[in-house]
Write a protein that binds this ligand. Structure first.
Ligand code: PLP
Length: 813
């Protein structure tokens, strides 16, 4: 991609403030963390509800970026770079994309619908790429920002575009339609009615159909209500209605394949796809409609559809062998997605060493030499330590780089592969499907334990932003990442929070803080429970103690004096009613005496903890705690002669008592998607999903029993599935004996009998399932809060109780 800056200025009607508009834009970025940002970058400083990329401009300038599209020029940046000043940077990004799209005339397929967009897009790409040089949205880039970014992937050699558009509110599609300008539309399906952004079903149809204004044809499932709103010609398909353009009948399903008889115009033929479920069959029919419209030969369609494959929609960071982190992107290899995967690698790595295993790259639309030149440049920019190329072409073109090891194919690599050569590094595995990189992933992945806790990093960002919106922009935020991020993962979450520029992290013990420092976290860290024996280490790792007793303070002062340290940051905890840790009122004089004119420490903050912020029936008590805090604070400050910051609110405090936010708040459980009230839960996004798989299914007859102590007696013939997760993984026994359930294929399956140490059994009599199917232990349903209520505990305990033997997987949407 490249275009002259003047075009962008004109497209977004911006005001230029800087030295020279004579600039060739070769890279568009919205992500301050990307190592691809450089002198050829045009950076759009987007503003989200609570996220503002203007904060990163200064840092980006120091990294060499010189051109920015902004809504205002931050202080300190004036005169240091070139700025295009606009009203709204997201709009400006869209207008620039619209301009860029207008430079290309080839046909574009535009896909929308409630589900299946990404799968249909990836499948169409697979089905059409032997005949076209395609460009498509990477992953599920289909939003107001994702669509413009996808468009910048086009270059002059592409001759077919496949882009998806997703909306969540009224009036969003128009902008996307103008950018994509599709000739062929695909409406995947309309899904259930729960989308909150739309008043009703009709509104949702009308809004989504707005994508198709420029279309010659739209492919969709036969449906009168939707069809009437679409004015161009239509190719409809149906599994029931013979009047559809394409009438499909499922003839048989065996050995993993479905045979589907197709009636289209005057022809009848059979296609075979390697899926049994209705959703996949429907998605394949959407694809079929497009292929028939493009006049693909029936024989070719049959051949290619047989090879359709499951799509891994998102990038995942997995635990690898020998303490490695794996980024598994083993299904695609185009230049756009390589750039994205490198950014993800940069965000996920907790090792300084980076390795990439990369196959030949297809569908770039660029001449081979140019392509690999570009690839070499981004690999260098990303400071990849070791590059393992697999494939004849890439090996040929990258052989000049100093740090390349080449193999002609994956089999050769696997034969020569030595597990010991991968240690403490972040490894990106990126290859076209035909290279079978999944086998490499299997080998490099840490021993397969079939139970995983998946953590949605985007949901964490969302929840952080929600609580930020509850307090003033100037109020500082400390996020509690104690107990391994409430059981979710320490380093990975801390790294994300550091990016969001939270002011403090809070941990329970010094060890937790040391782990974070070793992994490269530089945000200030407060330790809630420092033991005197850990003070040495805390100073070495720049950790700030909570001081809650006279003896603790004396010990710390003694050490600081011995080591000749001055003004070491400490935090003073006051007990105002929780009666756990902290100075009580009668100790204030002694405390004041020790702190007065003390050169060894500096009190960074004074704080207290509310005992009942989640329960407004204790409102008087809570306000009383706050009043005591105010009094004790004033007393202390009068003798130390400076004003440390104050904080008292935890998650429920932020929600129920934002007026007492003072200078900082301490966010905990809310970040992880759990609120203490129903209203709070509704605005939070689910972060953690605990998943397992079915190990085995058996038929059990009446008068038999299930599990230890014969707690469940069978009364009629039933199907019972065994799941490899038990109380040693943190699933409490109280959740067994039909009090609890798991979810399999969207249906509830009651837990039968006692939960065992490593397994539990569930009733799947009414559920269509097989061994290997996914089982949700908690997530959207059942929710952690629901489990907690049923077994008489609090969600904190359920979440932090998940054993460390359960593998954590972090992902972004
Ligand atoms: C854990 C903790 C918090 C956070 O509490 P949540 O209820 O999870 O928000 C805040 N302050 C202190 C002192 C804590 O120990």
């Amino acid at each position: 991609m490249n275009f002259n800056l003047q075009h962008s200025i004109k497209a977004c009607q911006g005001e230029f403030i800087g030295n020279s508009t004579d600039f060739l834009v070769e890279h568009i970025s919205i992500d301050s963390r990307s190592m691809q940002n450089g002198t050829n970058t045009l950076f759009f400083a987007l503003k989200g509800q609570n996220h503002d990329a203007h904060h990163y401009i200064e840092e980006l300038i120091s990294k060499g970026v010189r051109y920015f599209v902004v809504e205002f020029i931050p202080e300190n940046c004036q005169g240091k770079a070139n700025f295009i000043l606009v009203k709204n940077t997201t709009k400006a990004l869209q207008e620039t994309a619209k301009y860029y799209r207008s430079l290309f005339q080839f046909p574009v397929i535009g896909i929308t619908g409630s589900n299946g967009k990404t799968i249909v897009k990836e499948w169409l790409n697979f089905l059409l790429s032997p005949d076209y040089t395609t460009v498509r949205s990477p992953k599920s880039f289909n939003s107001q920002v994702g669509v413009p970014l996808s468009i910048f992937g086009i270059n002059e050699n592409h001759n077919l575009g496949i882009f998806e558009a997703g909306i969540s509110q009224k009036n969003e599609m128009q902008a996307l339609a103008e950018i994509i300008q599709p000739k062929i539309g695909v409406f995947t399906n309309l899904g259930s009615a729960h989308d909150e952004g739309f008043a009703n079903w009709e509104e949702k149809i009308a809004e989504k159909s707005a994508l198709f204004q420029s279309c010659e044809v739209v492919v969709l499932e036969k449906n009168e209500a939707i069809e009437t709103g679409i004015l161009c010609s239509k190719i409809t398909w149906s599994l029931e209605d013979k009047n559809a353009t394409i009438f499909a009948e499922i003839k048989s399903q065996k050995e993993g394949f479905s045979q589907i008889q197709i009636h289209y115009q005057n022809e009848t033929f059979t296609i075979e796809i390697p899926f049994l479920d209705t959703i996949s069959i429907k998605n394949s029919l959407s694809c079929l409609g497009v292929l028939l419209y493009l006049n693909m030969e029936i024989a070719t369609i049959q051949e290619r559809m047989k090879n359709l494959y499951p799509i891994e929609i998102r990038l995942q960071a997995k635990k690898g062998i020998n303490n490695c982190v794996l980024i598994d992107d083993s299904y695609s290899s185009d230049y756009q997605s390589l750039k994205m995967a490198l950014d993800f690698l940069e965000q996920q790595k907790n090792h300084s060493k980076k390795t990439i295993i990369l196959s030949d790259i297809f569908q770039s639309g660029l001449p081979v030499a140019t392509l690999y030149q570009k690839v070499a440049v981004i690999l260098q920019n990303n400071k990849i330590d070791r590059i393992i190329t697999i494939g004849e072409t890439i090996s040929q073109h990258l052989k000049e780089l100093p740090n390349v090891i080449s193999f002609p194919n994956a089999t050769d690599f696997l034969q020569q592969f030595n597990t010991q050569s991968f240690q403490n590094e972040a490894i990106l595995i990126k290859g076209a499907r035909s290279f079978n990189f999944d086998e490499i992933v299997v080998l490099l992945e840490e021993k397969k334990h079939e139970t995983v806790l998946e953590i949605n990093l985007d949901a964490i960002s969302h929840n952080l932003n929600f609580y930020k919106s509850k307090v003033n922009p100037t109020t500082k935020i400390m996020v509690m990442v104690k107990a391994f991020g409430y059981g979710n993962g320490g380093f990975e979450i801390a790294k994300l929070l550091e990016h969001h520029k939270v002011d403090y992290l809070g941990v329970a013990f010094a060890d937790e803080g040391i782990e974070l420092r070793k992994a490269g976290i530089t945000t200030p860290i407060m330790v809630l429970n420092p033991e005197n024996s850990s003070f040495h280490a805390m100073i070495a790792y720049d950790l700030e103690p909570e001081i809650y007793s006279i003896t603790g303070l004396q010990a710390f002062l003694k050490l600081a004096k011995e080591r000749n340290i001055s003004h070491y940051p400490i935090h003073i905890k006051l007990d105002t009613g929780m009666h756990r840790l902290g100075f009580e009122p009668h100790l204030m004089d002694e405390l004041k005496g020790l702190l007065k004119n003390n050169p060894f420490v500096r009190v960074k903050s004074i704080f207290s903890h509310l005992a009942a912020s989640d329960d407004t029936s204790f409102d008087t008590f809570t306000k009383n705690q706050i009043a005591r805090f105010d009094a004790m604070y004033s007393d202390l400050v009068s003798s130390i002669n400076y004003q440390p910051i104050r904080h008292i609110l935890n998650t429920s405090g932020i929600f129920n008592y934002p007026e007492y936010q003072m200078e900082m708040v301490r966010l905990g459980i809310g970040l992880y998607g759990i609120g203490n009230s129903e209203q709070e839960l509704q605005v939070l996004e689910n972060v953690s999903t605990l998943k397992s798989v079915i190990s085995q299914i058996r038929t059990v007859l009446p008068e038999e029993s299930i599990g230890y102590s014969r707690k469940f007696m069978v009364t009629k013939k039933m199907q019972v599935a065994t799941i490899p997760i038990g109380y040693a993984d943190g699933i409490r026994r109280a959740w067994g004996n039909q009090k609890g359930f798991v979810v399999i294929n969207n249906q509830k399956a009651a837990i039968l009998g006692n939960i065992c140490m490593d397994m539990l059994m569930v009733d799947v009599t009414q559920i269509n399932c097989k061994p290997g199917d996914e089982v949700i232990i908690f997530g959207y349903s059942p929710k952690v809060t629901e489990i907690a209520t049923t077994i008489g505990t609090i969600p904190y305990e359920v979440l932090t109780g998940i054993s460390q033997r359960v593998k954590r997987i972090f992902y972004k949407n």
